[in-house]
Structure formats: C-alpha cells, structure tokens
Design a protein around this ligand. Structure first.
Ligand SMILES: Nc1ncnc2c1ncn2[C@@H]1O[C@H](COP(=O)(O)OP(=O)(O)OP(=O)(O)O)[C@@H](O)[C@H]1O
Ligand SMILES: [Mg+2]
Length: 252
C-alpha cells in the first residue's frame, strides 16, 4: 500500500531483481518495478532490449532465472495453480493477435462464458464492449474476416471484458492507422479509469508514451536504465543513453 494525496493506492504488481538468461545472453537483467492501481506505464527501448521477454516473465509464460514477481500481494511462480490465477488477473495483448474461428460476438463472450456468467449478462456486457470499440456492426461476422485494426479492437475487448487487474500491451497499435490507434488508446484510458486496474505498454512510439503513460521506462540490454514520469524522461533525462534516445540520435 502506498499513500498518495491522502488516498490509499494498492500495488498490483511488483518485480524484484527479475532476470532471464538464455545461455550466455542476459535478456532481462535485474529489473525491479512497482505498478499501482491507475498506472499506465510505458516500456520503451531498442529492438532486442528485452521488453517482450520482461512481459513473458510477468505473465508466467517462462520462469525467470532469478528474481520474483508479486501479483496482487502474492508471489507467483510457473506452477499450474499460479499460472491459472495469473491468467485470471492479467491479460497480454500482442501485436499480431489470433482469433478463434467464430463470430466476433463469440470471441469476445468466450472468457465470460468460461466463468459461468449467465447468457443475459454476457449479451449485455459484450454489446457494451462492441459499442465502445466500434464493432457493433461486425457482431455476427467471423472474426477471421476482420481488418487488422478491427481484429486488434476485438482482441482488446476480449482481454478487458473479464476485468483483469493488469493488462500488458506489446506494440498493440504498431502498423495501425491513426483512427484505430485513437480508439484503442481511449479504450486503455477507460480500462484504467475503472480504478482498480493498471496497464503496461511496450511501444516504439515516443508520442504514444507521451499521450498515454504517466510513467515510462527505458530498457536497454535487458536493464531498466531509467524510469520515472514520462514528461521528465523526455524533458530532463538523467542517463546519457536516455538523452540520445529522446533526442532521436538513437535509432530504434
Ligand atoms: N527463447 C529465446 N532463446 C534465446 N534468446 C532469446 C529468446 N527469447 C528472446 N531471446 C533474446 O533475448 C533478447 C531480448 O528479446 P526480446 O524479444 O525480449 O526483445 P524486445 O525488446 O521485445 O525486441 P523487439 O522490440 O524487437 O520486439 C534478444 O536478443 C532475443 O534474441
Ligand atoms: Mg518485442
């Protein structure tokens, strides 16, 4: 628990000394971060710096070589029961999502149905999300026929409709047009406005980090070389490498 402006903010995720080695390659090196309710955190860094690996460790897709992940107050591991709990509390959205060979409605409804929610309530909630993500007219279409932007909006809806505590977005708007980007960014804001959730966003786009993220991290060679308020990282970075990044000298 962290006190902020007189209110109590709960910590959703904490990593301590998280490290992942593949043979001699250290993909993630001694990474520590604390994520509170309401946070939208940007993760930036060059290709190969370890961003996606960091997400895979948090999401328990792979065990860390060293370090710990604490989710909602409980240290988690890759044991079956922890992975089950993690999947319920955390959603990972990738750049190229996969859809089930079913209607858009059924894709979005699936997670609610798995949880045994009644049909009427499923219908109500899915209809709400279809509207929010601009997909109402595509409700009955096969999800695999959607455009890239529509598909990403559907996958976002599918992930957040089950109300995870934390959403991990890995380049989720890469290669999309401004309109789709804007719909998805607004959906992230709405998701976090719920009050008891947080988002982490891997992005190659500094403008997206500035628009969406209160705090950002710059990752390089597996390390978090700088983390803090996004505006401060861009206006007065402390690390020389961050300076090179924000001035555009470092090519991503
Ligand atoms: N399973 C693996 N086996 C060996 N090396 C791996 C494995 N997964 C990732 N790596 C290496 O770890 C490093 C970090 O990879 P990662 O995918 O996390 O980078 P990234 O920051 O997400 O890059 P990008 O911006 O290109 O997506 C890379 O050098 C990658 O080749
Ligand atoms: Mg990646």
């Amino acid at each position: 628990m962290v006190a902020r402006e007189g209110t109590t903010v709960n910590e959703i995720l904490r990593t301590e000394g998280l490290t992942k080695e593949y043979g001699k390659k250290v993909a993630v090196s001694d990474v520590s971060i604390s994520v509170n309710e309401g946070d939208v955190i940007g993760i930036m860094g060059p290709s190969g710096s370890g961003k996606s690996t960091f997400f895979r460790l948090i999401n328990m897709l792979e065990p860390p070589t060293k370090g710990t992940v604490v989710l909602d107050g409980k240290e988690i591991s890759t044991s079956d029961s922890d992975v089950h709990m993690t999947r319920r509390k955390m959603a990972l959205v990738l750049q190229k999502p996969a859809a089930m060979n079913r209607s858009v409605f059924n894709n979005i409804a699936f997670g609610l149905q798995l949880r045994g929610i009644e049909d009427e309530e499923v219908e109500r909630r899915v209809t709400d999300y279809l509207g929010r993500l601009g997909l109402a007219e595509s409700k009955e279409r096969n999800a695999r026929s959607l455009s890239g932007g529509e598909m990403q909006r559907m996958c976002f809806a599918r992930s957040v409709i089950v109300e995870p505590k934390l959403i991990l977005l890995d380049e989720f708007t890469a290669n999309l047009d401004p309109q789709n980007i804007s719909i998805l960014e607004n959906a992230v804001r709405d998701f976090v406005k719920r009050g008891d959730a947080a988002a982490m966003i891997i992005t190659h786009n500094p403008f997206q980090a500035k628009r969406l993220c209160d705090r950002s991290v710059l990752m390089m060679d597996g390390e978090f070389i700088e983390q803090g308020e996004t505006s401060k990282i861009f206006s007065s970075p402390s690390d020389e490498r961050t300076k090179a990044f924000v001035s555009g000298e470092m090519v991503f």
